[in-house]
Design a protein around this ligand. Structure first.
Ligand SMILES: *Cc1c(COP(=O)(O)O)cnc(C)c1O
Length: 339
């Protein structure tokens, strides 16, 4: 049995999701007449209590579009030093938006309002970039899937309001946070100018992300998406998977979290594991001793038919997902015992 814990992006659409996809009515989305894409965008916007949404191929694109819309050349974006938008989007802030970053050192990637307030560039100082965006990530990938306290986000919003700076959320895994806290998408929609959501992760779609915002913001983002070559045609086949996932795959994220915690229990018993990050959602990060390279450990796992990724010189990451079942969990325990 092959076990793949590299990412929650590796899932295949279920039979029911495939049926929803192939039976979807479609049109040409560049002309704006794909009914299924429109239905997905309307559904998501309603869910978050926001005006509009834009369906895109990836979370990188939705984040980058948001940054592009909110900034101008010479801006800076305030974010944590572990942010996906900074570390894993190919330098897009610079390449797409000609903007810089103000990197903060948060608690496992989570910023405080005080940190954000302290990082805003002084107005009217020609030496500095102009702060035009604050970007948060929830859940925080590099922080091991941890999530924000909503009150802290409210305080950050307050700081942004005081300075007239928009607030973006990289919510690639926001639904993982919501099923844990019981908070609603609308509570987040109220606090952010733009939100990026991935359908292709825990929600189990083959492809797709959504950008949410005001009608004006989304109109601008739609233009930049076309410029980037992201205008797509009968995308309704993919949007149908998104509709299906929002209806059927949200609550079950709790199962992924329970399995992640079970993996944590296994790892705590292993002598070579020095430290396991607190497990808040579906991401498990663990640390090996200084004498053991993560790359070597991942190779050993691979020989036992367990796929994982390195997350630092001595860090390994597992991500649980829809296609990782209790059978896989039992097999993982058996195989890990061999190390
Ligand atoms: C996966 C991910 C994204 C987007 O990734 P794509 O592979 O481009 O869809 C953005 N932010 C975070 C935190 C992610 O984990």
């Amino acid at each position: 049995m092959q076990i793949d814990l590299r990412s929650d992006t590796i899932t295949r659409p279920t039979q029911a999701m495939q049926e929803a996809m192939w039976s979807a009515p479609v049109g040409d989305d560049v002309f704006g007449d794909d009914p299924t894409v429109n239905a997905l965008e309307e559904k998501a916007a309603r869910l978050f209590g926001m005006e509009a949404a834009l369906f895109c191929p990836s979370g990188t694109m939705t984040n980058q579009l948001a940054i592009r819309v909110h900034t101008q050349p010479g801006s800076d974006v305030i974010c944590d030093k572990l942010s996906h938008i900074y570390l894993y989007e190919g330098g897009g802030i610079m390449l797409n938006s000609f903007s810089s970053v103000k990197l903060l050192d948060g608690d496992r990637g989570r910023l405080t309002a005080e940190q954000v307030a302290g990082a805003i560039s002084p107005e009217h100082d020609v030496h500095s970039t102009v702060t035009r965006l604050v970007s948060l990530e929830n859940t925080m990938n590099k922080g091991g899937g941890c999530y924000y306290d909503l009150d802290e986000i409210k305080d950050i919003r307050q700081v942004c309001n005081e300075h007239g700076i928009p607030l973006h959320l990289d919510g690639a895994r926001l639904f993982n946070a919501l099923v844990e806290t019981g908070e609603t998408p609308a509570q987040f929609g109220e606090l952010f100018d733009t939100i990026s959501i991935c359908l292709s992760k825990g929600l189990g779609c083959p492809v797709g992300s959504l950008l949410l915002g005001t009608a004006d913001t989304i109109k601008k983002a739609r233009r930049f998406r076309k410029v980037m070559g992201g205008g797509w045609r009968q995308a309704g086949f993919l949007a149908a998977a998104g509709i299906y996932a929002l209806d059927n795959h949200v609550e079950r994220l709790k199962e992924d979290h329970a399995r992640a915690r079970a993996i944590g229990t296994m790892l705590h018993r292993k002598p070579e594991v020095e430290y396991v990050y607190p497990i808040d959602t579906n991401i498990v990060i663990f640390q090996l001793p200084n004498t053991m390279l993560a790359a070597d450990y991942v190779r050993r796992l691979d020989m036992l038919r367990i796929k994982a990724v390195t997350f630092g010189k001595h860090l390994v990451r597992f991500v649980t997902h829809h296609d990782f079942t209790d059978d896989h969990l039992a097999e993982l325990e058996k195989q890990l015992a061999k190390i």
